[in-house]
Design a protein around this ligand. Structure first.
Ligand code: BES
Ligand code: MN
Ligand code: ZN
Length: 521
């Protein structure tokens, strides 16, 4: 799908050739003086005067067929209240959904001058534009991978008409690239678990590396064994699918500059293992690789945007299945950090693969490490599907992620990390157990991870509630790619204004991990 941004006033929008034209109408919008009105402006003025639409009441759009003097066959007039980005997003999503199956290939979306004003965000036309572009993609997405008869996406070309295209060029570029990343994450999440195996994720990562700016290295069972990732290996042991440890490196700044490391949980199917889950809705545990998918999606956007920043992506990927060889409750695993872990519940597997990836992250001496994981059902109970759970040991990092979440309409909410929450992790037979009691499960999971981050500035995003939807609209959402891309762009911008201390010289043990490619896999 192509996007284009154009400077268009209402009359130019009416002249734009398209199958459909969506006009967003904010409260108090003046479609020009009666004498100077274009046919489209007149239509709008008449519709408002006749109360066929009420700009103050978002959600009720008016559709017209071949109105006189307008180039598009279909015209949708959609109220957006005070033009807040959320309203824009909802109006565009509703309109694009209503156009599904109507053969509309070319769409013009007209954003009025007032859009984005009247909210805490100020007069941010960029926010409204990004919201509109995300909504077009989201509402026109079609899953086709294993539905050979499904009609592919109809929309081919989308023109965004704005008051001043030049002023919004950067927002347009960011939104376009983010859209590609979200869509990659979403389609990976939607794939069935017999297709989206650890090996498949590694192949997708390799594809990202092709264009050049990104390096990809894939480790298999032997290398991971050598690294001593006993916790990760413990989880993978119950599966016939070989594990993969994916290392992506995007270099957009001098090599001496410390990178941001993203770590994504890549459980391609979570049955619970020996502590097996109930059968109902177990299929949904194919989404347990959404953290990994969000890392790949973010790299897709990086490849497009090329910000001046270094980013490393780490993805431990495997299945969690019961088997004669599977880890059992009571087993003690030795993690790469040397700390031992008593497995009290094999269904708390995400933290076991992440803890070794976090230990691995230390070799990059990161300026920040962020893990992204569908980690706990408890986080779904706490925050539902609206906000991801944010845990952070570093105030500046927490603040930056919160700001990025709001700006990307992909919000998160800060959760606590008081040491008392970690007390339940003690074990009589190992340095820690992998679960604590029944209370505050999202927090105790984060406290477990924190034992492996040392003094790296660290944040953890629990996306169990936000990465996918259940029920009739079952499917992946592509979150939190929007938040992550926004955070990285903000970081790149702040980095150019404030030089960072150089990263310490390479240590010997790192050179092996950075070797261009490992054979096999
Ligand atoms: N992948 C699940 C968490 C999850 C649950 C994600 C629901 C999405 C929706 C995770 O591996 C898990 O099973 N967590 C357990 C932890 C428990 C055993 C301490 C949970 O949340 O029940
Ligand atoms: Mn689990
Ligand atoms: Zn899981």
């Amino acid at each position: 799908m192509d996007f284009e941004i154009k400077t268009l006033d209402l009359s130019a929008a009416g002249a734009e050739k398209a199958d459909a034209l969506l006009v967003l109408v904010p409260e108090g919008f003046q479609p020009g003086t009666a004498r100077a009105r274009s046919p489209l402006a007149q239509l709008l003025a008449d519709a408002v005067a006749a109360r066929a639409i009420d700009p103050a009441k978002p959600g009720k759009a008016l559709s017209c067929w071949r109105p006189e003097g307008v180039a598009a066959a279909r015209v949708l007039l959609s109220p957006v209240g005070q033009g807040q980005a959320r309203r824009v997003q909802q109006a565009v999503a509703a309109a694009v959904t209503s156009l599904r199956g109507t053969g509309v290939k070319r769409l013009v979306v007209w954003l009025p001058p007032a859009t984005g004003q009247g909210e805490a965000n100020g007069a941010d036309g960029g926010l409204a534009l990004r919201a509109a572009m995300a909504a077009v993609r989201d509402a026109s997405y079609v899953y086709t991978a294993t539905k050979p008869k499904a009609e592919p996406r109809e929309l081919q070309r989308v023109v965004l008409g704005v008051p001043d295209a030049q002023a919004l060029r950067e927002d347009f570029r960011a939104a376009y690239a983010t859209g590609l990343g979200v869509e990659l994450a979403r389609s990976l999440g939607d794939l069935p678990p017999n297709v989206a195996t650890p090996t498949h994720l590694a192949q997708e990562a390799r594809k990202l590396a092709k264009p050049g700016a990104i390096r990809c290295q894939v480790l298999g069972p032997r290398e991971v064994e050598k690294l001593g990732m006993g916790a990760f290996i413990g989880v993978a042991r119950g599966s016939r699918e070989p594990l993969r440890f994916i290392v992506l490196q995007y270099q957009g700044a001098p090599a001496a500059q410390a990178p941001v490391v993203l770590v994504g949980k890549g459980i391609t199917f979570d049955s619970g293992g020996i502590s097996i889950k109930p059968a109902a809705e177990m299929d949904e545990m194919k989404f347990d690789m959404s953290g990994a998918a969000s890392v790949l999606g973010t790299f897709r956007a990086l490849a497009e945007l090329k910000p001046r920043l270094n980013v490393v992506g780490l993805v431990p990927a495997c299945e969690n299945l019961p088997d004669g060889q599977a880890m059992k409750p009571g087993d003690v695993l030795t993690s790469m950090s040397g700390q031992t872990i008593e497995v009290l519940n094999t269904d708390a597997e995400g933290r076991l693969i992440l803890c070794d990836a976090l230990t691995y992250a230390k070799r990059f001496k990161p300026r920040a490490v962020i893990d992204i994981a569908t980690l706990t059902g408890a986080c779904v109970v706490a925050l539902g599907a609206v906000r991801s759970g944010l845990f952070a040991s570093d105030e500046a990092l927490a603040g930056a992620l919160q700001v990025a979440g709001e700006a990307a309409l992909d919000p998160c909410w800060r959760m606590p990390l008081d040491d008392e929450y970690g007390e339940g992790l003690k074990s009589n037979f190992a340095d820690m157990g992998n679960v604590a009691g029944r209370m505050a499960g999202a927090v105790t999971a984060a406290k477990f991870l924190q034992r492996f981050v040392g003094d790296m500035p660290w944040a953890h995003l629990d996306i169990a509630g936000t990465a996918w939807r259940g029920g009739a609209a079952k499917g992946s959402t592509g979150r939190p790619v929007g938040l992550l891309v926004r955070y990285l762009l903000d970081e790149a911008a702040s980095q150019t204004s404030r030089p960072l201390p150089a990263r310490p010289a390479k240590v010997a043990s790192r050179s092996r991990a950075l070797a261009p490619r490992t054979r096999g896999h």
